[in-house]
Design a protein around this ligand. Structure first.
Ligand SMILES: O=C(O)CCC(=O)C(=O)O
Ligand SMILES: [Fe+2]
Length: 334
């Protein structure tokens, strides 16, 4: 089914010059409630946040285009990593519209620099400064959103024990416009995210779509100061199913290529995802057992999980009453 362009996910403004972003103020509590409700209803929202400047954003897409257009394929292919979905995938061809690169722990300058040295052996300080800056700022935005969710569930007093320690995986993407004559083409197959949460920043060429009801796909369009916050499977499990992990995909149409970056919150090695006991009660019986984040992440990219529809993988892995998997065979998206 095609995407319905009229629907809009909640747009939540984080005003940097108001007291709303100061924890404990009335504005903070109101914002936190809207954030939580958006996550519960849609599993995502659009956040308008001028704390990440237009210049940083423009510079990000300028250096990303340089990477995609100027670096030879043999160097791009040096972006490898033992963990799945952490390295180069691509390149774009006439019919395969996706090209992506990964930088693990991108808020550490050294990680960005190591990546840049593989792509440009002579070094590229401007690339490093730009990607490091935006990754750090997106990480701060992510932490603020998590804190809002935690406060909104009344867990603020014990936030240190419920806040998960994490590092940001940065992925940088190009989606090619579909070939002439095609109405649309698949940029990225439908999935729910395996990291805890994701923040997406794009160059205003649309393509990202979310599934709102069974098979009703909504195209999201961003604005110059906005980002998309996407709930991943582990956050849904942590919340005892109160928050939704949204199914999403990228569909390309028109004649413009799309560039986007995504920062994924990856808990540090050994992290166990545990539902806080405050989120479990008679109306909300416990749905998931405690699980090791990395075990789930690796499972989701395993052969065994390939036939399980993406949003069902977390249930297959960690639900206290696992679903009957025969009913959850994936429709292979191609
Ligand atoms: O590039 C986008 O807009 C979406 C990327 C995405 O969903 C992903 O990499 O998981
Ligand atoms: Fe995603």
């Amino acid at each position: 089914m095609g995407a319905n362009a009229e629907f809009q996910v909640p747009v939540i403004e984080f005003q940097t010059d108001s007291s709303d972003l100061e924890r404990g103020t009335k504005g903070w509590h109101q914002l936190s409630k809207r954030v939580r409700e958006a996550c519960e209803t849609y599993g995502c929202f659009q956040v308008v946040f001028e704390g990440i400047s237009r210049k940083v954003r423009d510079d990000t897409f300028a250096v990303l285009k340089q990477l995609v257009e100027e670096v030879p394929l043999e160097r791009k292919q040096k972006n490898v990593h033992p963990k799945p979905n952490h390295g180069f995938i691509g390149p774009c061809t006439e019919t395969s519209l996706y090209e992506g690169y990964g930088i693990d722990k991108a808020s550490n300058y050294d990680s960005v620099e190591n990546f840049a040295r593989l792509m440009w052996p002579e070094g590229h300080p401007h690339f490093c400064e730009t990607m490091h800056t935006i990754s750090k700022q997106m990480e701060e935005l992510n932490s603020m959103i998590w804190l809002m969710i935690i406060d909104s569930y009344g867990l603020g007093k014990k936030w240190e024990s419920v806040m998960i320690d994490y590092k940001m995986l940065l992925r940088m993407m190009k989606y090619k416009a579909p070939p002439p004559g095609w109405e649309s083409g698949q940029g990225l197959h439908s999935h729910s995210d395996k990291p805890v949460s994701t923040i997406i920043c794009d160059d205003l060429v649309s393509g990202l779509e979310i599934e709102v009801n069974d098979s009703q796909w909504i195209k999201l369009s961003s604005t110059p100061g906005s980002f998309f916050f996407i709930v991943g499977d582990p956050l849904m499990a942590w919340s005892n199913g109160r928050i939704k992990a949204v199914n999403h995909r990228v569909t390309m149409s028109g004649d413009k290529d799309r560039f986007s970056i995504a920062t994924f919150a990856m808990p540090v090695e050994g992290t166990i995802i545990t539902t806080p006991k405050e989120l479990i009660d008679e109306q909300h019986p416990q749905l998931f057992k405690d699980f090791n984040f990395m075990d789930f992440f690796l499972f989701a990219f395993s052969e065994q999980a390939r036939l399980i529809e993406s949003t069902q993988q977390i249930h297959a892995f960690a639900a206290l009453s696992p679903p009957n998997l025969d009913q959850n065979l994936a429709h292979i998206d191609g």
